[in-house]
Design a protein around this ligand. Structure first.
Ligand code: SAH
Length: 393
């Protein structure tokens, strides 16, 4: 069988793997053995899977593949945050970021190379859409992160306890592959993560939220960014198709099916002079009055293609206070002093722009070292992408 037509076992969720092996005349326990080898122990060499008979290992090697995506580069922040650029089959690159924090380690993963939605303030959208990642490329990010961190079973590296789909792309527009990867994240024979610690973040793909109800029970974050349809339509063009009321209804009915304390997260990127006024905060509090949720404010992270600016610390805290006074639990993704958290959604763009950036004279306070600049050049919120997970129980 040619390599191109062989199934990549890494991306098969437990049901699909079991079905494939049954088709090869094997019992279901084989799937559990393979899941453990691949996802718990990080072994992708069939030869090393010693509890599987040699003839069957040879058959697997002939008829299937076990292929994680390739790493293009790694950027260590020195404070435990790590960013990687991952090459995908379409020839594009995506990024993922690891953010350690008290008692947890969050991996921010990508679901698509590029994005079709073109939110006005998002760097990924500026690159246009390239391709959906396969399930193997999505779960492969978690696999690579564990390998790189040394945190497979028997390793003593820092663990990945949380996954957020807040990297490149819109996860609900790559629904089936994202859900297959999520199955593996939750499966006890694979990564065994808690459903409260895997978060799908969406710009508001309402049919996708509705499908989630039938398919999963992980955490949901909706990227709202505005308290009314007129403004949201400017920031998130998708709002013209699925306006706020429809989006909130879908999110409400998804989370009400999950049980206690499973309210969605509302993400709100604060952009100076655009959506950060006190009146926006009051309107938001009013809009969400009967919508149980936790609000995560993301100060805008600046990048060269757009003129938007981050609000002042005072207006961020005023905005937060109005919401807190309205009875909401509000977190603000704080940008750390060294800004290493930067770059979710930006680093690949920064790599692309590297030549131009090198020619530019560094601004005051900007790192002269190009790698540091890559790290600084980003959106600055991946560390804080862990924010919603802070309340995950
Ligand atoms: N498509 C998904 C995942 C995107 S990234 C979604 O829209 O939710 C996760 C979050 O980062 C989203 O809330 C997104 O709107 C936000 N974001 C994108 N670019 C940003 C920027 N430059 N500054 C701050 N937040 C940004």
């Amino acid at each position: 069988m040619s390599k191109a037509t062989r199934p990549n076992l890494l991306g098969l969720n437990p049901d699909k793997l079991t079905a494939l092996l049954e088709g090869m005349g094997e019992k279901p326990y084989r799937a559990r053995q393979l899941l453990r080898w691949m996802h718990r122990r990080g072994v992708v060499d069939f030869g090393a899977m010693t509890d599987i008979s040699k003839p069957f290992r040879e058959r697997l090697a002939r008829e299937t593949l076990l292929a994680p995506p390739e790493l293009a580069s790694r950027h260590d922040a020195g404070d435990g945050c790590v960013k990687w650029i991952v090459r995908v089959a379409s020839g594009s690159s995506v990024e993922m970021v690891y953010i350690p924090d008290a008692g947890r380690g969050t991996l921010c993963v990508s679901s698509q190379a590029g994005c079709i939605l073109d939110c006005s303030f998002c760097a990924t959208g500026k690159q246009g859409f390239d391709s959906n990642l396969t399930a193997a490329e999505i779960i492969g990010q978690l696999w690579l992160a564990r390998r790189e961190l040394g945190s497979f079973e028997n390793g003593d590296g820092p663990p990945v306890t949380n996954v957020v789909f807040m990297g490149m792309g819109e996860p609900l527009l790559n629904f089936d592959n994202v859900m297959d990867a999520v199955d593996l994240m939750l499966d006890d024979y694979a990564y065994g993560l808690s459903k409260r610690r895997v978060t799908i973040s969406t710009a508001g793909v309402v049919p996708g939220i509705e499908r989630m109800r039938e398919r999963t029970d992980v955490a949901l974050a909706i990227s709202l960014h505005a308290p009314n349809d007129e403004l949201r339509g400017e920031l998130v063009p998708l709002n013209r198709k699925y306006p706020i009321a429809t989006l909130l209804d879908a999110a409400r009915s998804y989370s009400s099916g999950l049980g206690e304390n499973r309210e969605p997260f509302v993400e709100y990127t604060l952009i100076r002079g655009v959506n950060d006024h006190r009146r926006h905060a009051r309107e938001l509090a009013e809009l969400l009055r009967d919508f149980p949720c936790k609000i995560n404010l993301i100060p805008f992270n600046e990048f060269s293609e757009v003129a938007y600016r981050r609000p002042s610390a005072t207006s961020i805290s005023n905005f937060r206070k109005i919401l807190q006074d309205g009875g909401f639990t509000v977190t603000v993704r704080s940008t750390r002093a060294d800004e290493i958290a930067a770059a979710c959604g930006q680093l690949v763009g920064a790599v692309r722009d590297q030549t131009r950036r090198r020619e530019r004279v560094p601004r005051q306070g900007e790192a002269a070292n190009p790698t540091a600049r890559l790290i600084h050049g980003g959106r600055g919120d991946c560390r804080q992408a862990a924010g919603p997970q802070g309340s995950a129980r």
